[in-house]
Design a protein. Structure first.
Lengths: 93, 473
């Protein structure tokens, strides 16, 4: 086990708590949606697994992982943007 | 991996952190989302294998064709979902995307486990546990999100509990932990692949069992929690395949998602344990006992002409819009009514509850689209002290956010949630399709108050009739 990675893990936990500590309630849903898109980074994992896939089973399931990860990333950011676009409208009386 | 690639990974992490930071302020939120998306694209373009080889320069083979096809299919599906979904169904969409991410995390963790279980090299206990964790939490997040999605779609919204549920859940949890321990100690045994599938299956069941007892109104909190779960599963996968960007991004989502879940509960003034386990134990039966007292009372229906009279002779009218208005697409009729009343010298204001609709900020957006002037919209805190001087409070498709049980009924599941004090107005007119309970699945005490009149019917049709009637009179 690499302790450097663990160190980064701990720092990321603290940063995650710190960056959103003062978010107003009207932004809860978009923030949830935005972070939801960010964990779509699992797409990277799917690609790495599929790139070295040696059996049809791994290829099939790896393909599913890539499709799902890709939908999570792209759809997630798009749906968040759509939400936030409407929030801006509200500012114009 | 060379130095440049390492620097790019750092840049990706920084972009994601700044993105989340910007997302948490209304002015910069949209840019923040784009910054995070840019970070993701940079990371994708600079993706390296654990052994340091650049992914996109490995020579094209079937696997890469599959990767390209998968990316494209995901992109199209994601875009279709994101742009075709109605504003009212946004939370469902987020739940669905979260489920997809969770199952991808489970697949990656599971496949890596199977690969290492067949390989000669021992990955070490820590990585083995990370694989199992990703499989377990990813599966749980997937099935839980699907249930949350269905609940938001209106399927079995009510909390579902049955006798012995706690025992069954405990048994499942014990089995899951036992399997994890077994697989971690003996990852290359002959039965390992089958046991892993059993583990994933149990985790799927556990996700269902976890979300099923929670009421539909609490789904945003559940989705936020499952969102952070998926983040942690992704981080675990990051440890497994040695990808720094995944560790950082997944952990960020895990910790910020946990805090967000707590903040959401705080906005509803309820502890998180009450949301997740509220349907269990004695709380439910006490609430049922408290509501039985309502049975003796009846609601007072009102016809359109009388409601029109009440409204046009009022001096101060407050309109409380809710999810029902959004569903009936009645925001334009609401605007027309308020304009007509304004022409007759009636002071009209809108009271917006912070969680009206199914998304914070939902009502503001809809009313802005219908050209309701921004200065007519009041927040809950601003309007409540003035409620006693209001002649008519018109509740359009709102339910739980005006339920005085939140103030009066200690045993109510929504007790302590801040509400709009509609019941304090001299007369309350509630527009509602039927006497069905609200999203939280509980009776609304407001409907039985002496000063409340119920105007049954579709919000849009009733409003149109009201406007016509007021114009005549």
């Amino acid at each position: 086990m690499d302790t450097n990675l663990l160190f980064i893990f701990i720092l990321a936990i603290i940063i995650g708590f710190e960056v959103i500590s003062k978010v107003p309630s009207m932004l809860h849903t978009p923030l949830m949606s935005g972070t939801n898109a960010i964990h779509g980074i699992i797409l990277f994992g799917g690609i790495l697994v599929l790139a070295d896939a040696a059996t049809p089973l791994v290829q099939g399931l790896g393909f599913v992982a890539v499709v799902f990860g890709s939908a999570n990333v792209f759809g997630g950011f798009m749906v968040t943007d759509r939400m936030l676009q409407m929030f801006r409208k509200k500012k114009q009386p | 991996m060379n130095t440049l690639a390492a620097l790019v990974i750092i840049a990706v992490a920084v972009l994601l952190i700044i993105g989340i930071k910007l997302l948490s302020s209304p002015k910069t939120a949209r840019i923040g989302n784009l910054v995070a998306a840019a970070g993701m694209l940079v990371g994708l373009a600079a993706l390296h294998k654990p052994d340091g080889a650049y992914v996109w320069s490995q020579g094209w083979n079937l696997n890469y064709t599959l990767i390209a096809a998968g990316l494209l299919v995901g992109l199209v599906l994601g875009a279709l979902g994101a742009y075709s979904v109605k504003m009212t169904a946004m939370p469902q969409m987020v739940a669905l995307f979260n489920g997809l991410g969770g199952s991808a995390a489970a697949l990656v963790g599971g496949l890596e486990f199977l690969r290492s279980s067949g390989a000669a090299a021992d990955p070490g206990l820590f990585v083995l546990l990370a694989m199992l964790f990703a499989t377990l939490i990813g599966s749980l997040s997937f099935s839980g999100s699907i249930i949350a999605y269905l609940k938001l779609q209106g399927k079995f919204e009510k909390p579902h509990t049955f006798c012995g549920q706690n025992i069954l859940n405990g048994l499942m949890l014990a089995l899951i932990l036992g399997l994890c321990g077994w697989l971690a100690l003996d990852p290359s045994g002959t039965g390992a692949p089958v046991l892993l599938m059993v583990l994933a299956l149990l985790a799927l069941c556990f996700g269902v069992a976890m979300v099923l007892p929670i009421g539909g109104a609490d789904m945003p909190v559940v989705i936020s929690l499952l969102n952070s779960f998926t983040g942690l599963a992704v981080a675990a996968d990051g440890f497994v395949i040695d990808n720094l960007a995944m560790i950082v991004a997944g952990t960020l989502v895990g910790s910020s998602g946990t805090l967000l879940t707590l903040l959401m509960c705080k906005a509803m003034n309820r502890p998180v344990a009450n949301v997740l386990f509220g349907a269990f134990g004695s709380g439910g039966s006490a609430a049922a006992a408290g509501l039985a007292g309502l049975d003796g009372k009846t609601v007072k229906p009102v016809q359109v002409d009388e409601a029109a009279l009440l409204l046009s002779y009022a001096q101060q009218v407050v309109i409380v819009p809710g999810y029902g208005m959004a569903v009936a697409q009645a925001q334009h009729q609401v605007q027309e009514l308020s304009e007509e009343l304004g022409r007759r010298g009636v002071g009209v204001r809108f009271a917006i509850h912070p969680v009206a609709g199914r998304m914070p900020g939902h009502m503001n957006v809809l009313l802005a689209e219908a050209n309701v002037p921004y200065d007519q919209l009041s927040e809950m805190e601003a309007i409540n002290p003035a409620m006693e001087r209001v002649d008519v409070c018109l509740v359009i498709g709102a339910n739980d956010v005006v339920n005085p049980a939140a103030r009066e009924e200690k045993s109510s599941p929504i007790y302590g949630m801040p509400i709009i004090d509609a019941d304090r107005a001299k007369t309350v007119i509630v527009m509602k399709r039927s006497m069905a309970a609200g999203f939280a699945g509980i009776e609304n005490h407001l409907f039985y108050k002496d000063n409340t009149r119920m105007l049954f019917g579709d919000a849009k049709a009733s409003l149109t009739a009201l406007i016509a009637q007021i114009k005549q009179g």
